[in-house]
Design a protein. Structure first.
Lengths: 334, 309, 623
């Protein structure tokens, strides 16, 4: 009994959001009055004395022919996006935007991907434990602890880590992805160097990362443990652990799974703050750099990449959900 | 975002029950019922008192702050002294004065963006949930789109294109990116409520749709709206701090985010000015704590499963 | 020794913000092996709490505050978790009230059987054993592969019953096992339960609000009121001579609708508030035989004529003698309680010109599921007319299309074909199926509705005065003091007097019956010509149902209203209606004057509905 209707619906939603994101990306720079290219060029001109012709060229390429009407520009833009052509970055001229993203992507994917997975696993387990031992000391420690940590602003926590462990204690390097002595490649020096550089950002991400999963899992599970079917499972003499897992956690984890997929998708863009604090050479810092240097083609491409990443992850989460929760599937009479 | 998802009642939470209890409690006092109920909860009461303290500081900021927060006539990069309790910045401004005035920014952004995104969420959620049909399909699509588009990159991108960098821009950017969550919850709650017989009864009593929504449905969603506002305000305060820390805030406004940005850039860590580094973050943290404590109380009320914790 | 012994058990709810509530107070009883015991009581009397306490499934804020539960020699109240787990389901199993939620929604039925067998290390092939169990409850083995949401409510409840019997327990606790299910489905499940019990010989504690069903099924009946057991007696004795006035009142609310003269009594008033201290008998305020001592002395549950009763009057033998077991039992019982019988209607009523005519109405729903569309005909070619002063009952089980018809008549929905006409007093003629906008609002002035669930029909945040003021403002232009005065009159006309006590109350401060009266008053506010009553008594306690029926009957007579009374319950139709329409799968299968249709049903479906009504007196008469 394939839940075809459900999957078709989710796929249509995916296509719709994809189109909307691409269009949003097209519209944002054009929301300004007048010729957007002119507006951007004149703003750049106002900021720096000399304006690089390459920058003007890059903006023209990004925004399409100014004399063409909006629809022609839109068609042209869609064509470029389909070919993966996002133009030339003018801060890193002559590198293409795609090249720059390719450079930054692995840093973010590894750092944030690993910490997200650890956060999810740890958070879900702790949340399950807290709900299982509801109202016990364990529950209070987990709940209050995560609530307290959750009130700390993330980037401030990261700053304090740098202050204490990098600057005062000098245990870890303070900034960057790797030291000056090594160069990226498959060699031990680089890998150990990169690992050392990633410890503090990873710790920052791991302190706050599990909180959302803990609270979500605990509340969902407290709820599912209160349901009639759980009470009946207890009455049926099922072992307590079995009740907690199959009847409590099995249902409580469903919303978290969806959340996790979206969080994985959010890796691409959700790390602006941590990468800024640690000056880590990933996508977030690239986005911020492109913003401060007004590298519009690069910025647009990163935003689009990020959004598409989240949409794909969201779609995959929907598919997974369709398999995990039979209730969303088509009702079939027996 | 830098803060975890706020405690928001699950869709289908017993908002009617909360409201009925609140209406009953409110009789005989002049205070709104939901406030009386929250005040009875200890955690919530602490949160309300903390928030009230922040509001007082923000309102009387010019009286409390010893100096003009932008006055850079003092010695630079001082540690805490008797004249400058939290030291001075690398430009020679008084950190304590900035801290006091920064409370204003955070609360103004929280209030304005909270109200704005709650309003957007309310209008979209109410319309989608009550009208149904293709209107619901279109609005639900917008809501889901708003939920999946990553907020911070969108904020950064929007802020980058904006011709001016005022506080209002920040507020609008935060509201535009942050309304969807509340809208979704309100939509599902209204779908539950609109099938109630008392809604049909109001139609039979000759009431018009606008009146039914305003007088029959919205009063039963008050707790949801309050929690939604709290969550949105919390998100907005965090969002403003984050944007300002990234250097994308209003350069003319003193806020805790810009203070941390300047502390980071101005070498507070290298000069060992821990007070400059810790104070804004701690203030932000305490403000977030006050919201979290209040939300605890509301959540415990409206979620019967958590009520007896 | 008895299988289950409950000694002086008390359960108290201590919610955070509210006063503590003694839900179960000093309850003692026992159940022997193989015995079928009914535990009877109305909503809020503590019967489900008692059931959960016996199973040790209470969750905060409820907890056992005194007494003991002993099962097969094991003290359940102090047993450790592992001991309890070994005993659960092997010896003591249960079926919950809400069939909707008692199965795990994300695993297949097969897995829920497998879990149960694994927990108790039952050897053998799961599929084979589960299939046998499903056969016991007349379900196909394909159900094993299904997820709970793929099953109907009746099927889920059968699965729950099969699960309960999986390990051949000694005692099965059934908590309202068929409430919320269709009457015909209910009947099927109960019949199967009785057969299984004869075959397998397990004991049953059957918790229900439905005295008719309990008396029909049980060997012995315990009646609970206000957290206490007030009577404990063999079912046959209970039918012959109930000894507690409350039991008598409850029995009085049953009757055989096929009899020539049907009378049903009700118990005025409402149950006691258990969060307040009480002296004296908890039932005193509602009792027709109350004496001075009853208000000061709390009676004990004492032996009385082969049973136990908690009533000072009965214990001192001053209770009027009522001998039941005869066909006119209800009539005799009703003599002590207020009662309502079949109503006399002016003879000319049937000839009056109709106010509302439904002609050849059909309604087809098209649903789109993924890429396929399917359509269901909810109502097919239905015609009838409503006349002033006449109650027309529309009878059918759930899914028969009766609610669809109600929505069409009230112009909430439009028929696919056919027409609905309304004729006003001034001779105006309106095509109801084409109304929109202002004309629709104007039509609603004349056609009003009494809803099924009095807890959902009033906005929890609005006072009674507000609820009544809306139709008065919109249809009569009354505001302020004038509206309040009119609202007070309306309340008194539905028996809520003095009105001043009720105007400023919020719904949760009223009992179910009082709410339903407010709902009725609101429906009367625009002075309508037609009243649609959609199952108005099905959510109310049995003891007050007749009271609301009487009110509706009086209103029809006094105001010459035309009423469409929608119900699945032929007894209430018999009491209230002048004519009956029987609806089966969207088609009218039988119609005519009430007495003819019910007394001599011709259609098979009508007879099925009649047979599904629990009738304890038939058993008494037969036995």
């Amino acid at each position: 009994m394939a839940p075809v209707a459900y999957f078709v619906r989710r796929f249509l939603f995916f296509l719709g959001t994809l189109w909307a994101a691409v269009t949003l990306n097209f519209l944002i720079p054009r929301l300004q009055p007048g010729d957007p290219a002119e507006a951007i060029v004149s703003r750049l001109a106002g900021q720096s004395e000399s304006i690089d012709p390459a920058q003007v060229q890059a903006i023209r390429v990004m925004l399409g022919t100014p004399d063409g009407n909006l629809f022609d520009q839109y068609v042209q833009y869609l064509g470029a996006v389909l070919h993966g052509d996002f133009g030339i970055s003018y801060t890193y001229f002559p590198y293409s935007v795609t090249h720059m993203i390719g450079q930054a992507l692995p840093w973010t994917v590894i750092l944030v991907g690993v910490t997200q997975i650890i956060s999810f696993v740890v958070g879900t387990l702790l949340g399950t434990w807290a709900a299982y031992r509801r109202n016990s000391r364990v529950d209070s420690v987990i709940t209050l602890g995560s609530t307290f940590l959750g009130t700390l602003p993330f980037f401030w926590l990261a700053l304090l880590l740098v202050y204490v462990f990098a600057i005062t204690l000098r245990w870890f390097p303070e900034r960057g992805g790797y030291g000056g002595g090594s160069s990226p490649g498959w060699n031990w020096l680089f890998i150990s160097d990169a690992f050392q550089h990633s410890v503090l950002p990873a710790v920052a991400l791991l302190i706050t990362g599990p909180i959302g999963w803990i609270i979500g899992m605990r509340n969902n599970m407290v709820q599912s443990l209160g349901e009639d079917h759980t009470r009946l499972a207890v009455a049926r003499g099922l072992p307590r652990r079995r009740v907690a897992i199959t009847y409590g956690a099995r249902i409580a984890i469903l919303p978290n799974v969806t959340g996790f997929a979206i969080a994985l998708g959010g890796i691409l863009g959700g790390t602006v703050l941590v990468e800024t604090v640690f000056n880590y050479p990933g996508m977030g810092r690239l986005l911020l750099e492109s913003v401060s240097s007004r590298d519009y083609p690069l910025m647009q491409a990163i935003f689009l990449f990020t959004t598409i990443g989240v949409l794909v992850a969201n779609f995959l989460a929907d598919l997974l959900y369709g398999f995990l929760d039979p209730r969303v599937r088509k009702v079939e009479s027996v | 975002m830098s803060t975890p998802a706020p405690a928001v009642p699950a869709p289908g939470a017993d908002t009617e029950g909360v409201q009925a209890a609140a209406t009953a409690v409110a009789r005989g006092t002049r205070l709104p019922g939901w406030f009386v109920i929250l005040w009875r909860n200890r955690k919530c009461r602490i949160g309300i008192l903390m928030l009230a303290a922040f509001v007082l500081v923000a309102v009387f900021a010019p009286l409390i702050a010893p100096y003009d927060p932008r006055d850079d006539a003092f010695p630079t990069s001082l540690g805490p002294t008797a004249d400058h309790w939290l030291g001075t910045t690398a430009q020679g401004e008084d950190v304590f004065s900035q801290l006091v005035v920064g409370a204003r920014t955070s609360l103004v952004v929280g209030l304005a963006a909270g109200v704005l995104s709650t309003l957007i969420g309310l209008v979209v959620g109410l319309t989608a949930g009550f009208v149904g049909g293709w209107v619901d399909e279109v609005l639900s699509f917008l809501i889901n789109l708003g939920l999946v588009v990553p907020a911070l990159p969108l904020m950064v991108t929007l802020a980058a294109y904006a011709p001016v960098r005022g506080l209002w821009l920040i507020i609008i950017v935060i509201s535009v990116t942050g309304w969807a969550y509340g809208a979704r919850i309100k939509r599902s709650q209204i779908i539950t409520l609109r099938t109630r017989d008392y809604i049909t009864a109001a139609r039979f009593a000759g009431d018009r749709t606008a009146r039914i929504i305003a007088r029959e449905i919205v009063p039963n969603m008050t707790s949801l709206i309050v929690v939604g506002f709290m969550g949105a305000a919390l998100g907005a305060i965090g969002g403003e701090a984050g944007l300002a820390f990234l250097g994308l805030g209003d350069p003319l406004t003193v806020s805790w985010g810009t203070m941390l940005n300047q502390a980071s850039l101005g070498g507070a860590m290298l000069t060992g000015q821990w007070a400059w580094l810790i104070a804004p973050g701690l203030a932000l943290s305490l403000l977030i704590t006050s919201f979290t404590l209040i939300n605890f109380g509301i959540d415990a009320l409206s979620n019967p499963h958590l009520r007896e914790d | 020794m008895a299988l289950l012994e409950v000694d002086h058990l008390s359960v108290t709810y201590t919610p955070r913000d509210q006063p503590a509530n003694r839900a179960v107070h000093d309850v003692s009883f026992h159940i022997s092996e193989g015995e079928f015991v009914g535990l009877l009581g109305e909503s809020g009397c503590g019967k489900s709490t008692l059931g959960n306490a016996v199973l040790r499934l209470l969750s905060p804020p409820a907890r056992i505050t005194g007494g003991r539960v002993t099962f097969d020699g094991v003290d359940l109240t102090t047993a450790d978790e592992e001991k309890l787990r070994e005993l659960r389901w092997v010896d003591l199993s249960t079926v919950f009230q809400s069939s909707m939620n008692s199965l795990n929604p994300v695993i297949r039925v097969h897995a829920q059987f497998a879990d149960t067998f694994a927990a108790h290390k039952v050897p053998g092939d799961v599929t084979e054993r589960a299939t046998e169990l499903l056969e016991l409850v007349a379900l196909d083995r394909r159900v094993l592969r299904a997820y709970p949401h793929e099953l109907s409510g009746g099927m889920k409840q059968r699965v729950a019953l099969a699960l309960a019997l999986a390990l051949r327990p000694k005692l099965v606790l059934l908590d309202e096992p068929t409430t919320g299910l269709d009457v015909v489905v209910q009947r099927g499940i109960l019949t199967r339960l009785a057969e299984l019990r004869r075959e397998l010989g397990f004991a049953v504690l059957f918790i229900s609000h439905d005295l008719g069903t309990v008396l029909e099924m049980a060997d012995r009946v315990m009646v609970m009121y206000g957290g206490e057991i007030v009577e404990d007696r063999r079912a046959a004795d209970m039918l012959r001579e109930p000894r507690h006035p409350y039991s008598r009142g409850l029995l009085g609310s049953y009757a055989d609708p096929r009899l020539p003269d049907v009378r049903v009594s009700y118990i005025p008033g409402r149950p006691p508030d258990l969060s307040r201290p009480h002296t004296g008998c908890l039932f005193a305020a509602r009792c027709p035989h109350v004496e001075d001592a009853c208000r000061t002395t709390h009676p004990d549950l004492l032996p009385d004529r082969h049973g136990l009763v908690r009533c000072l009057v009965a214990q001192s033998d001053r209770l009027p003698v009522v001998t039941l077991g005869s066909a006119d039992a209800a009539t005799t019982l009703g003599s002590h309680f207020p009662a309502t019988g079949t109503l006399d209607r002016p003879a000319d009523a049937a000839e009056a010109a109709p106010v509302l005519t439904v002609t050849g109405v059909s309604k087809r729903y098209t649903t789109r599921r993924g890429l396929r569309t399917s359509s269901v005909e909810a109502v097919r070619d239905v015609s009838f007319a409503l006349r002033p002063g006449v109650v027309t009952a529309l009878v059918g089980q759930s899914g028969s299309g009766k609610s669809t018809l109600a929505r069409i008549v009230t112009a909430v929905e439009r028929p696919t074909s056919g027409e609905v006409r309304f004729t006003g007093d001034d001779g105006t003629d309106v095509r109801v199926d084409r109304l929109r906008g202002a004309a629709l609002r104007d039509y609603r002035r004349h056609v009003q509705m009494v809803f099924q669930d009095p807890f959902s029909a009033l906005n929890p945040t609005r006072t009674v005065a507000y609820a009544l003021s809306r139709p008065l403002a919109n249809f009569a232009g009354l505001r302020g003091a004038a509206a309040r005065e009119r609202a007070a009159q309306l309340l008194e006309s539905v028996g809520l007097a003095p009105a001043g006590q009720f105007l400023d109350k919020l719904p949760h401060q009223l009992s179910g019956g009082q709410r339903q009266r407010v709902v009725t008053a609101r429906a009367l506010a625009p002075d309508p010509r037609v009243l649609i009553a959609d199952e108005p008594i099905s959510m109310l306690d049995v003891s007050i149902r007749a009271e609301i029926l009487e009110l509706l009957g009086d209103l029809v007579r006094d105001r010459r209203l035309a009423m469409l009374y929608i119900t699945h319950d032929l007894l209430s139709a018999r009491l209230l209606a002048d004519e009956v329409l029987v609806l089966n799968q969207g088609v009218l299968v039988e119609r005519g004057p009430t007495r003819e249709v019910i007394g001599a049903a011709r259609d098979e479906y009508t007879r099925l509905l009649l047979d599904s009504i629990p009738n304890p007196f038939a058993k008494a008469a037969a036995g």
